[in-house]
Design a protein around this ligand. Structure first.
Ligand SMILES: Cc1ncc(COP(=O)(O)O)c(C=O)c1O
Length: 436
């Protein structure tokens, strides 16, 4: 398609949006140059924009819709629930049932606290780790994105040791330090340097925003050992990987149990949510009955909409599907994603474009290394050894061929068909011809 000719309504909406929304958007990642396309409706693995163009949707609601858009069972459950109240602000049965399901399915979960977003969840997890250990320094992966949580807001692009925004306290860089993923020596060095004040490590098992880099199992085992030996807290940020790599998330996929994890996105199948889950002795600190002394409990109690009935009902319906149809969901998606990765890479390389399609399970990204043999194992490698302009060009060209990607990649959902994969590989071949 010719972008400027076929997206005129989107252009008009963006012109209006810029007058009333800073940058015309409500989430930075939703901006694309020269202007984003405006969605009209979504179904299965696709969406349609306001100009009537249809796209295969690999953004999948920020990766949070592994069952696709509008799964019938969830829509049915929500329709039944909506007339009984959209927001109660009171404890409810579905909240208990969803927490029970999380504890059954997610290996580290002995207790759960629901909140309204992944950002809140990572904020509370870090607070719990600091309170439990009585220490301040948290280590995070370079390029790792944990939401707008100020405690972890180091830059996601180099230099990684700076705060990512104006308006943040400079103390962040004193108490939050970043390490390159898959480099255990770098982690050990930081632990040594901060030995007296080390509270724990937060990491995504698959660092999605920092270039879509998978953690190596031996690296995750290494940081598990370090945190166990030092009596500190290992937090897996499973806002993306939770219920996506396996029903029990990255911790099930890799067979490594953290002390705490954060959840969101697929937890409530497209409805707003977040959660912290983990060890009873750590989570228990959040109980308002824990102590009447202010400094002996951890306040993680906000969230007008936390455990709202619609999110809880969508969540419990979804978790039963992930658990009961595990075999029909995860191996199928993994196989389909592997065909997609290989197919796109071959299509690009056959046209002379040096591409590397990577990812695990249903996650994928296409990178464009300067040197075909380059090892890419952390965010800085992606930044320095691959052509990120080509990555953006590829994303835009794929959009023009009806395929919606973000960061040059995305995720598969159960509604993406083999025909969608074929169409995406064909689109990659067309994009490749335009790129050489
Ligand atoms: C790994 C990770 N953690 C936390 C968050 C923040 O979640 P939310 O956008 O629900 O605040 C995100 C969001 O993309 C994420 O990818």
């Amino acid at each position: 398609m010719d972008y400027s000719i076929n997206t005129k309504r989107s252009k008009r909406l963006f012109d209006r949006a810029q007058k009333v929304l800073p940058g015309g958007i409500s989430h930075n990642v939703r901006y694309t140059s020269p202007y984003p396309i405006y969605i009209k409706e979504a179904y299965g693995g696709k969406f349609c924009d306001v100009d009537g163009n249809e796209f295969i949707d690999y953004w999948d609601g920020h990766t949070g819709l592994i069952l696709g858009h509008n799964p019938p069972e969830i829509v049915k459950a929500l329709k039944r629930a909506v007339s009984k109240g959209t927001h109660w602000g009171l404890v409810n049965q579905s909240e208990v049932e969803l927490a029970e399901l999380v504890c059954e399915i997610v290996p580290c979960a002995e207790m759960v606290r629901f909140c309204c977003s992944g950002t809140e969840a990572t904020m509370y997890a870090v607070r719990l780790a600091r309170a439990f250990t009585g220490k301040k320094v948290i280590l995070k992966a370079e390029g790792g994105w944990h939401g707008g949580n100020p405690d972890l807001s180091l830059a996601v692009t180099p230099p990684y040791d700076m705060e990512e925004s104006m308006g943040l306290l400079p103390e962040i860089t004193k108490y939050t330090k970043a390490f390159p993923v898959n480099n255990l020596d770098a982690v050990k060095k930081l632990v040594d340097e901060n030995r007296n004040d080390f509270a724990g490590i937060i990491i995504e098992p698959f660092v999605f925003s920092g270039g879509s880099v998978a953690c190596k199992p031996e690296f995750l085992r290494g940081i598990r050992e370090i945190t166990r030996e030092t009596g500190t807290v290992l937090i897996f940020d499973e806002v993306i990987t939770g219920f996506r790599l396996a029903p029990g998330g990255g911790q099930e996929y890799y067979g490594i149990k953290p002390d705490l994890c954060t959840l969101g996105k697929n937890l409530c199948a497209g409805l707003p949510c977040g959660a912290v889950a983990g060890r009873r002795d750590i989570m228990g600190l959040a109980s308002p009955q824990h102590s009447s002394v202010k400094n002996e409990k951890v306040f993680i109690g906000g969230g007008t909409y936390s455990a709202n009935p619609l999110s809880m009902i969508a969540g419990k319906t979804a978790l039963k599907i992930y658990r009961d149809r595990k075999e029909q969901i995860y191996p199928v998606l993994e196989k389909r994603a592997e065909r997609l990765r290989k197919g796109m890479e071959t299509a690009l390389r056959d046209c002379g474009v040096n591409a590397s399609a990577r990812g695990i399970s249903s996650l994928f990204v296409v990178l464009f290394p300067y040197d075909p043999g380059a090892e890419i194992s952390n965010a800085l490698d992606v930044f320095t050894k691959t052509d990120m302009f080509k990555n953006m060009e590829f994303q835009f060209r794929m959009l023009n061929h009806g395929v919606y990607l973000v960061h040059g990649g995305g995720v598969l959902c159960t509604e993406h068909t083999e025909a969608d994969v074929d169409k995406t590989i064909e689109a990659a071949a067309l994009a490749a011809k335009e790129m050489v």
